[in-house]
Design a protein around this ligand. Structure first.
Ligand code: ZN
Ligand code: ZN
Length: 409
């Protein structure tokens, strides 16, 4: 196992954020995974990192805070915190986040506190989020099991067994075998994604039409000069990085006013420490006008009411139903993995890189191109084994994009 842990840490640091000599690295990590954060720090220093700076997370303390802290705590962010995040983002430091949380950590917490907390954090950390969305600095999200999370993914297993099974699943998902060949396997994988991107960009699509037996019947118009992206991005410094490990998706942005119909979620969504399940949206001229969920409806409604753009879409992502993560037939209860098992959409902000030259455009210019703006961005899964996506090109042709859940191109 030790060889796999070290190979994985190196993969996140050398390929994920692609740390450069003299560059600072911020690592966000749960306290339970400190041992793994140390492996990442060692790998970073070995690659010439200037300093590794830690941002520790703790589910239990977060829950205590949401339940018991003074109310005004959620309306402001301490100055040192915004200086920390915005400062490292502005200098172009690398940012590695280890995503591991109990999916129901905030169950029972008032959604008002969560929404207020998000709003103030998004306002105070504006530079950090803006630079993150537009590849201003290299960032990577990876995951390490913790017992509370692993037990949700493997119910009925003891904590220790669940953690070990989740490790096996993650290693498969991120192509780590312990033989030291993960970097090579990632190169080949990125080439596959690139080939799909090139095909879709060459089509010159105007719109996509989604249908499946769940009841989804959704038309999504795409901006002129939209670009399909995926795999690795390029930071402002010119250095390539991979924002999510694993990543199986290729994605672009929808027109903010150009989405119509009904869309059903195909997998549960873990959001704000709550599970939202069996939900659907009715969308008119881009705006979600109806939202229902059998579980977690309050959380869902709060999420799409954060601001004007939260009720509109910002991402269209294609993932084949036979992707390696989908084939695991495991519900991870963590969007980093579940979104890579399924075609998904996101409500909230669009990535500027999804329109030609977008990384250098102002918010106003991006809005003129039809991209959605919001303080939030939440992926939700819509892919099924029978999903059909038909494209219409700008010159009036029809093209099969997905048939029976997989690429038809
Ligand atoms: Zn995505
Ligand atoms: Zn997304």
């Amino acid at each position: 196992m030790q060889a796999k842990f070290e190979e994985y840490a190196r993969l996140l640091v050398e390929v994920g954020v692609n740390i450069q000599p003299g560059q600072n690295l911020v690592i966000a990590s749960p306290v339970e995974t400190a041992w793994f954060a140390r492996l990442c720090a060692r790998a970073a220093y070995a690659a010439g990192c200037r300093e590794v700076v830690m941002n520790w997370k703790d589910d239990e303390l977060t829950r205590e805070k949401y339940l018991h802290a003074a109310g005004d705590v959620f309306d402001a962010v301490p100055e040192w915190q915004s200086a920390f995040f915005n400062g490292y983002a502005r200098e172009g430091a690398a940012y590695l986040a280890i995503s591991a949380s109990d999916p129901e950590n905030l169950k029972g917490v008032s959604s008002d506190r969560i929404v207020r907390g998000q709003k103030s954090s998004n306002a105070a950390l504006k530079d950090f989020y803006r630079l993150q969305m537009s590849n201003g600095f290299p960032w990577c999200v990876g995951s390490v099991p913790i017992p509370s999370w692993a037990k949700k993914a493997f119910p009925g297993c003891s904590g220790e067994e669940a953690v070990s099974r989740l490790w096996d699943a993650i290693f498969t998902a991120v192509r780590v075998t312990g033989d030291g060949g993960a970097v090579e396997r990632w190169r080949a994988h990125l080439d596959t994604l690139k080939a799909r991107i090139d095909k879709l960009n060459a089509l010159g699509l105007e719109s996509l039409h989604y249908t499946n037996a769940l009841g989804t019947d959704l038309t999504i118009r795409l901006p002129e000069e939209h670009l399909w992206c995926g795999g690795s991005g390029v930071a402002k410094s010119g250095v390539p990085f991979i924002a999510n490990m694993p990543t199986e998706e290729i994605f672009t942005a929808p027109l903010r006013d150009g989405v119509d119909g009904v869309v059903y979620a195909s997998l549960p969504l873990v959001h704000d420490g709550n599970i939202i399940d069996k939900f659907r949206f009715v969308v008119k001229e881009g705006k979600i006008v109806e939202a229902n969920a059998q579980e977690g409806e309050e959380t869902l409604r709060a999420a799409i009411s954060l601001d004007e753009g939260a009720a509109r879409f910002g991402e269209v992502a294609l993932v084949p139903y036979d992707s390696p993560i989908s084939r695991q037939k495991l519900l991870y209860y963590n969007t980093l993995f579940d979104e890579n098992a399924s075609c998904h959409l996101a409500f909230g902000e669009a990535y500027p890189e999804c329109v030609k030259g977008g990384e250098h455009m102002s918010k106003e210019e991006l809005a003129r191109r039809g991209l959605n703006d919001s303080i939030t961005h939440v992926d939700f899964m819509v892919g099924t084994a029978d999903l059909r996506i038909t494209g219409r090109t700008r010159d009036g042709r029809e093209a099969d994009i997905f048939i029976d859940g997989n690429f038809a191109l």
